[in-house]
Structures are given as C-alpha cells and as structure tokens.
Design a protein around this ligand. Structure first.
Ligand SMILES: [Zn+2]
Ligand SMILES: [Zn+2]
Length: 399
C-alpha cells in the first residue's frame, strides 16, 4: 500500500505555531495536499493529548478525523539543543515517557516541543525502553540539528547511535547530501514538513511516499528495519530553497564560499556573523563518494501556491488570486501531489493557463534554477528572465 506521509508537524501548543493548528483544519488541508498520514506532533503535551483522545481511534497508534489518519508523534529538545523526533506505539506509551521526561523538563506542560535536561544518549535510551521509533529531526540545521552540534551520530547518541531508526533530512538538505556521510548509509531518510501552520505552502511541503504493508506503527517499524526499498520516494524542497543552504551573513545575507568565510573568521564585511551553511557543513563531514544503491529517488518540488505566485508575478503565495487558482486546480484535479507530480500538463494548462504548467514540468524534469538561501533567508526560484538579469548583474559587478 503506497501512502504519502508527513510525520513531523507541530500543534498550536508549540512556540511560534499558528493557532490554526487544530485537527479539523489539519484533516481538511492534509487531504487537499494529497497526504494520507500525518504525525499528530506534540503528543507529549497534555492539552494536545486530550484532543488526540477525542479523535476516532483506528489502532493503538493511529487516530483519524474526517478520513485523515494521524500517528502519534512528538519532538523533544535535549540539553545540547538538538531536536529529536519520536513516533509512539500507543497513548499509554506516550504517557509513560511523559512521566519520565517530566522530571527533567520545566516546560513539558507549556510547550508542545519540550526541552529536557538530558543528553541525546539518555533520551535515546528512554525512547528505546518505551518502544518508540526515534531519530534526529532536521539533522543538518545549523542551530538544532545533530550535525549543527556534533560531528557524528555517536557523539550525539553514544552507544545508542546504532539504535536510531531514521534520519530526518530537513528543508536545506536532500538524500544526496546525506549520502556523502557514510555512517548514514544504512538509515532510512525521512523528508517531513515540520509545519508550523496548516497553509498549503507549509503543511506537506515535504513528505515521504511509503510502501507500508499496514497503516500502523508496526507497519512503520518494519519499514525502518533497514529496508530503504519500502520508501518509494522522498519529496520536498530543493535544498537550495532552504534558509541555511549556503554560508551567509545573518545580518545582510551576503553569501560566502567556505574558504572565504574561514579566511574572514566567519565575519561579514558588514560586521555581522557568517552562519555556516548546510552545503558547506556536509562537505566538511563528507567521507565517501560511494552512493548507496538503495537510496530512493528524491523528487524536488515546491508548494503549488509558490509556483502559482511566481507565475502570476505575486511576491506572496497567499494572495487572493493565487488562492483562487490553487483552489480551481485542486477542485478539478483532486489534490496538490496529483497536480505537481502526476496529472497531465495539458489538463493543468486547460485549468490554469500557460505559465503554471511550464514551471511544473520544469520541476518534474529537475530543470529549475534557484538562487540559494543562506543566513536565515529562504532561497528563491529564478524564472528565465530573472536568470538572465542576474547573469548580467554579475557580469557588471566583475568590472
Ligand atoms: Zn525541530
Ligand atoms: Zn553582512
């Protein structure tokens, strides 16, 4: 059974998350995106857990609302600032871990993503004892990813490094990045949205197509037992779109090569700090050129609303016009994954005119130019015209 799963989102009880992150909205929006299975997010939070209990229970770990399936998930920050994603087998196991973690956390009742005064190794042991599926969230993110803070899995997880079930790639990386590090070759890679709002340019902006023998915790557990073949595809933003892709200044967003940044001692000419980008960090850690044969394909795509906005010349993906075109496409074709990946270009053209299908087929063929993000600023797609203007600009600046 092939399903599209987005296993990392947050509820309105996590800091910096939209009040609209409620199950009702998530069900409606998830279906429009073409997602079959969503993580509940934040299941350690007592108030969110109460809402989970109000959903229809399908299995010990699977709940549903209006047809959308949810699996018990939560994120925890350890004392080294690293974020970890947990998938739970049942609500009673969530409660068991909640009780244990409460002793090490001052905000477990106030923040959906609690911080615990434990090392990654201590948390990994507790996750293992609870029977959770467990791995690092957005592994390459400079501030809260393991590779932002550690040089290896064992530096973060000690003797439990071998018990990690998966590695979440995060928005600034794809499987090609992870494959450059040999200790990751046996792990299943996940691409999840980490959505903080249910809008279509956030929820499901990254997802995994999984071949599950059963839509359950046990189905996922089997998949993580080193069987990459059961991940049909990872899908999500091209890494260059991520806001920490290249090394760049946190204040003025000027980009620097690794060599330049080192020579400048990570100080920008404006006086700001240059933040090391994911691309450079991966090169630093890279220890192999061998690519594992079983890595599933990574489909680069960006949210349909952003494609529409770009095509109609709007800077925001949430304008009325963008929404109208988006809704028209979803109503006629079914869901966003269908529009982006499967439906015929002719049909999209019939519904939405010329420019949008052009950009969609460029994505399908991997033929899109992107101005990379860095220093906290997202990257952006370059349409042909802008590309030429950019080249002209860089020629001028050579003089
Ligand atoms: Zn996180
Ligand atoms: Zn600067």
């Amino acid at each position: 059974m092939n399903i599209n799963a987005d296993l990392h989102i947050h509820s309105k009880y996590s800091s910096g998350v939209s009040e609209k992150m409620e199950f009702k909205t998530l069900s409606v929006q998830g279906e429009k995106k073409g997602i079959d299975l969503l993580g509940t997010g934040d299941c350690l939070h007592p108030r969110w857990r109460r809402k989970i209990k109000d959903l229809d229970k399908e299995r010990e770990s699977i709940f549903s609302k209006r047809g959308m399936k949810f699996i018990l998930t939560g994120e925890v920050e350890t004392k080294d600032r690293v974020h970890h994603l947990l998938i739970f087998p049942s609500l009673s196991k969530v409660e068991e871990l909640y009780e244990r973690l409460s002793r090490f956390s001052s905000n477990i009742n106030s923040d959906g993503r609690p911080r615990v005064e434990l090392s990654g190794e201590e948390l990994a042991l507790m996750a293992k004892e609870t029977g959770c599926l467990f791995g690092p969230s957005h592994a390459f993110t400079p501030y809260t990813g393991i590779y932002g803070n550690h040089d290896s899995l064992s530096s973060a997880y000690g003797k439990y490094a071998k018990d990690i079930h998966f590695l979440e790639l995060g928005l600034s990386a794809d499987s090609g990045y992870a494959d450059k590090i040999s200790e990751l070759h046996d792990l299943v890679y996940l691409s999840n949205s980490d959505a903080h709002s249910p809008f279509p340019h956030r929820l499901g902006r990254e997802f995994n197509t999984l071949d599950l023998h059963e839509l359950s915790f046990e189905g996922l557990e089997k998949l993580f037992q080193g069987k990459k073949g059961e991940v049909i595809c990872n899908a999500g933003l091209p890494p260059e779109e991520g806001k920490y892709n290249e090394s760049a200044c946190r204040s003025c967003y000027t980009h620097y090569s690794f060599k330049e940044a080192v020579a400048r001692d990570w100080r920008c000419s404006c006086g700001g700090v240059i933040k090391k980008g994911v691309k450079d960090r991966v090169e630093e850690l890279s220890d192999t050129k061998k690519i594992p044969e079983d890595t599933p394909p990574y489909q680069h795509l960006i949210p349909l609303q952003e494609i529409i906005a770009k095509s109609v010349g709007h800077s925001s993906p949430t304008t009325k016009k963008v929404n109208q075109i988006w809704q028209r496409l979803i109503d006629s074709i079914g869901d966003e994954v269908d529009v982006l990946c499967d439906s015929s270009i002719e049909e999209i053209e019939r519904i939405a005119g010329e420019k949008i299908p052009d950009l969609i087929s460029d994505f399908r063929e991997g033929d899109v130019d992107i101005r990379p993000g860095g220093g906290g600023e997202y990257g952006s797609i370059l349409l042909e015209k802008e590309n030429e203007a950019d080249e002209r600009q860089s020629c001028l600046s050579d003089f």
